[in-house]
Design a protein around this ligand. Structure first.
Ligand code: FAD
Length: 280
């Protein structure tokens, strides 16, 4: 069921077994995992069903370091998140992506690639892909050497890899009717989570405060909260934990680490045509 947060009476309170903040690829996938189970799921999405400039502007912000596209331009802030603009290139992470690299502070994951394998299998159908197989040889056998030809490199450090291409799946449209008819999932649109209120020990979120751009406000009292606000977006609610002052130090450590290791596409110019001008 969809609820427009702008139409809720101010001060309303909603309870939930699971409160998911962010209706992008991660948030929608998780909500659908609970589809028609006995848990009450509340999904909070900042945007509506379509893009609107005022909500999109909430993604604006300063980017330091290498020059990059404006933060408001390179993501989508409405139901479906950045799957509304993604290109659909898919392949699993490699082993090395999980390893600590001594020259990169904070690198390394607390689990290995193996742990993700069952989830990768499930993600294939979610993204409308073929079965989970990224071995170049399998694809060469399947497509023939003309369609899947390998490049030869002089170094064993460089490999041929396979990407599968999603149509690309736009989660906000593809899963809209399932979310609309699910009896145990409530999707709140135009619902910006603005503050996480914790218990005195800071170990549990007791309330999620939510506001719309028109000023209406309500709160969710959850048993569990999942932040699914995207790579950069996740830093923000963590930095807005309303918790006891004694936890201030822990909070500033979290604040300095969150959002610091965002990965994105490298955009670079490989060649320039000379003289410049339209192709004939
Ligand atoms: C142009 C482009 C091309 C891409 N191409 C590819 C590709 O080819 N292959 C690939 O693997 N990946 C690609 N990506 C990346 C991919 O789209 C993201 O990794 C994926 O969408 C992340 O999913 P997510 O659910 O974590 O976050 P998002 O999709 O960003 O969703 C986050 C959601 O949280 C909501 N939100 C944010 N803050 C709040 C708040 N405070 N309260 C409530 N809701 C909030 C947002 O509105 C949004 O809907 C691309 C991304 C872009 C922008």
């Amino acid at each position: 069921m969809f609820v427009d947060c702008r139409e809720l009476p101010k001060g309303s309170q909603v309870s939930a077994d699971l409160c998911i903040i962010g209706g992008g690829a991660a948030g929608i996938t998780l909500a659908l995992d609970f589809h028609e189970r006995r848990y009450k799921v509340v999904l909070l999405e900042s945007g509506g069903l379509e893009r609107d400039d005022a909500t999109q502007a909430l993604y604006d912000g300063a980017s330091v370091g290498m020059p990059y596209d404006s933060l408001a331009n390179c993501r989508s802030r409405y139901l479906g998140g950045s799957t509304n603009c993604w290109l659909g290139w898919c392949r699993p992470l490699d082993d090395i992506d999980f390893q600590r690299r001594h020259w990169i502070a904070g690198s390394g994951w607390p689990f290995s690639r193996e742990e993700l394998l069952p989830y990768y299998n499930r993600a294939q159908s979610q993204l409308q892909l073929s079965p989970f197989d990224y071995h170049p040889l399998t694809w060469q056998k399947r497509l023939g050497p003309r369609k899947a030809s390998f490049l030869t490199f002089g170094s064993s450090d460089i490999d041929n890899v396979i990407n599968q291409l999603s149509p690309p799946s736009r989660f906000g449209t593809r899963y809209r009717s399932t979310l609309a008819t699910a009896s145990n999932i409530q999707v709140f649109l135009h619902a910006n989570a603005t503050e996480l209120e914790t218990n005195p020990t800071g170990r549990a979120v007791e309330k999620v405060h939510v506001t719309s751009l028109t000023g209406s406000a309500f709160s969710v009292v959850p048993r569990m909260v999942v932040l699914a606000t995207g790579g950069i977006g996740k830093a923000w609610p963590i930095n807005n934990l309303n918790t006891s002052p004694a936890l201030g130090a822990a909070r500033s450590i979290r604040a300095s680490a969150t959002g610091a290791s965002r990965m994105s596409c490298v955009c670079c110019r490989l060649a320039q045509r000379w003289p410049p001008g339209p192709f004939q």
